[in-house]
Design a protein around this ligand. Structure first.
Ligand SMILES: *Cc1c(COP(=O)(O)O)cnc(C)c1O
Length: 369
């Protein structure tokens, strides 16, 4: 580590609002587990933020996917189509039910599921298509809706990386039959660990609530007619989440301003492809990511090493899930694999300062000469 420079992390949470106040209230009142007023408030307010009617909060985003899959009654023999280029949780949450994730390729210009590849992956066992809004840029939902409707499939969103992003003016989370979000510490808003299912389907919301409460009916606390889960969010998590939600406009503005700053500084560097911004989309830049093309002159991993030596932390893109041992069937998805090999997430958190961005961009420019 270069001692001249402070370490710049990829992401740090910004907890500058009422987080401490609300958490203190949980502690002082004794409402620290999943009962308590903040959980229901957070569910309602976050769902409303997505223009959806119902929210069911969970203790992380991965279990929100599992809970959604269980709510939809997915199981062995069922298939869910999703992009290969996503975080492993998208696939695991489906696989926990015994259902099979089926991977398709990504678009080179949005890094998201390529609707043109979906129809060929549909079989009689297909139950749903799950779009993932990768690194903050929405997937192209209209063609997916069209395919889902024509084949009688559900359309789902893994919106874990894109709180507040818009597709044709409408916020993600309200663009499908049901969506999940994560509130992990590095996400756009956080509850420490946390997740939520958002939907307009009342029956599913009630079923998800039942299943995450150990399969319990409110009026009969120890009668459990099914094997179910304890996936509840705690009041402390929800307290942090409510304070974060109060500030979400500021948190999104910081990320967009930071991205605009990066874009200005990096636009002229040959060999770096900057993050997507489709005409129909509003990217929230959960991660400010670039693709390191051959013209850059340094490989992605070598670039990461050099940045680390200058005190700049980065992440590589996800290994596409279809290349991980438990999901690898020898399938090849060329765009997903190429992006996975070349992509790099630069420091992107809401605590990043303009001076740090200038330092990162200066460092990147200097590597070329
Ligand atoms: C973060 C994330 C999740 C959920 O992750 P948790 O850490 O369990 O909250 C799911 N899908 C994607 C694409 C993610 O980035």
């Amino acid at each position: 580590m270069n001692q001249q420079h402070p370490f710049i992390p990829v992401a740090e949470p910004l907890l500058a609002g009422n987080e401490l106040k609300y958490v203190t209230e949980c502690v002082q009142s004794g409402w620290v587990s999943s009962l308590g007023k903040y959980v229901r408030d957070f569910e309602q307010q976050f769902a409303a933020y997505c223009d959806a009617q119902y929210g069911v909060a969970t203790f992380n985003g991965t279990v929100a996917i599992h809970l959604l899959a269980a709510t939809l009654n997915l199981g062995p023999g069922d298939e869910v189509i999703m992009p290969g280029l996503t975080y492993v949780a998208s696939a695991n949450g489906i696989r926990y039910t015994g259902a099979t994730p089926v991977f398709v390729d990504s678009e080179r210009d949005t890094w998201n599921i390529d609707p043109a590849t979906v129809e060929a992956a549909i079989t009689p066992r297909t139950k749903a298509i799950m779009a993932v809004h990768l690194y903050g840029h929405p997937a192209d939902m209209a063609p997916l809706r069209d395919i889902a409707d024509r084949h009688g499939l559900l359309l789902l969103e893994d919106a874990a990386e894109a709180h507040g992003a818009r597709y044709r003016g409408q916020r993600v989370g309200g663009l499908s039959d049901a969506a999940i979000f994560s509130f992990y510490g590095n996400k756009i808003i956080t509850t420490g660990e946390g997740g939520i299912i958002v939907t307009n389907n009342r029956e599913w919301a009630e079923r998800a609530f039942f299943l995450e409460n150990q399969g319990r009916y409110n009026d009969n606390p120890y009668w459990h007619p099914e094997v179910a889960f304890n996936y509840r969010m705690t009041n402390i998590q929800a307290a942090i989440g409510l304070a974060q939600l109060e500030k979400i406009d500021d948190l999104l503005a910081i990320r967009r301003n930071n991205a605009a700053h990066y874009n200005r500084r990096l636009a002229d560097i040959p060999g770096l492809t900057l993050p997507p911004q489709a005409g129909w989309a509003e990217n929230v830049y959960w991660m400010y990511s670039v693709i390191v093309e051959d013209e850059f002159g340094l490989g992605r991993d070598e670039l990461r090493d050099r940045l680390r030596a200058a005190g700049i932390d980065t992440r590589p893109f996800f290994y596409p899930v279809h290349t991980l041992p438990m999901y690898n069937t020898g399938q090849s998805l060329p765009v997903a694999e190429d992006l996975g090999r070349r992509g790099i997430n630069l420091p992107s958190g809401a605590t990043l300062t303009p001076e740090q961005i200038d330092y990162i961009c200066d460092t990147l420019s200097n590597f070329r000469f």
